[in-house]
Design a protein around this ligand. Structure first.
Ligand code: HEC
Length: 146
């Protein structure tokens, strides 16, 4: 009887542990395929590229990624929204970032058909600009985080 009791208690403990969240944070290892690094932006960078991208970003991306690209915690998912300024994102090629916007993953939708090819490349430029120190950002409508 005692043995059964202790087995039951340890089962309960394991169950409790698996719900406490200590094991729900998974390492982020979303990798674009190597060939994505060979993709490059075929569109010209124009004065309106960043403002146009900002409009798209504010419509489709800001709710999860935040106005500074800092990312918000989202309930009911074990996925984390990365900060675009982190090395893990900044060190990726433009092609890899473009590929991820096109494909999506988990709660992040795919923008394959929702956005044009040009819009997706504009967003890559926008994410790059947003990740720079404020003084170096080229977007005329950039905002200080306050
Ligand atoms: C519903 C929330 C949501 C929306 C909307 C969303 N994202 Fe994401 N995004 C995420 C999450 C979560 C991840 C992390 C995915 C992972 O690694 O599991 C992510 C990852 C990314 C990454 C890859 C970063 C890395 O770690 O390599 C890029 C780039 C990105 N998003 C751009 C965008 C853009 C641009 C838009 C708008 C067109 C957008 N996202 C819309 C949730 C979202």
């Amino acid at each position: 009887m005692r043995a059964i009791k202790s087995i039951l208690i340890s089962c309960f403990a394991v169950l409790l542990w698996s719900f406490t969240g200590s094991n729900t944070v998974q390492p982020q290892d979303w990798k674009a395929p190597a060939w994505a690094d060979t993709l490059y932006n075929p569109y010209q960078i124009e004065p309106l590229t960043l403002p146009q991208a900002q409009e798209i970003y504010n419509t489709y991306c800001i709710s999860c990624h935040g106005d500074q690209g800092q990312g918000y915690p989202i309930e009911h998912t074990s996925q984390e929204v990365p900060d675009f300024k982190d090395d893990a994102v900044a060190s990726q090629s433009d092609g890899a970032i473009y590929w991820k916007i096109r494909e999506g993953k988990g709660i992040m939708p795919s923008y394959k058909s929702k956005l044009s090819d040009e819009q997706k490349w504009q967003l890559v430029e926008y994410i790059r600009d947003l990740s720079k120190p404020f003084d170096l950002q080229k977007n005329p409508f950039k905002k200080l985080n306050n």
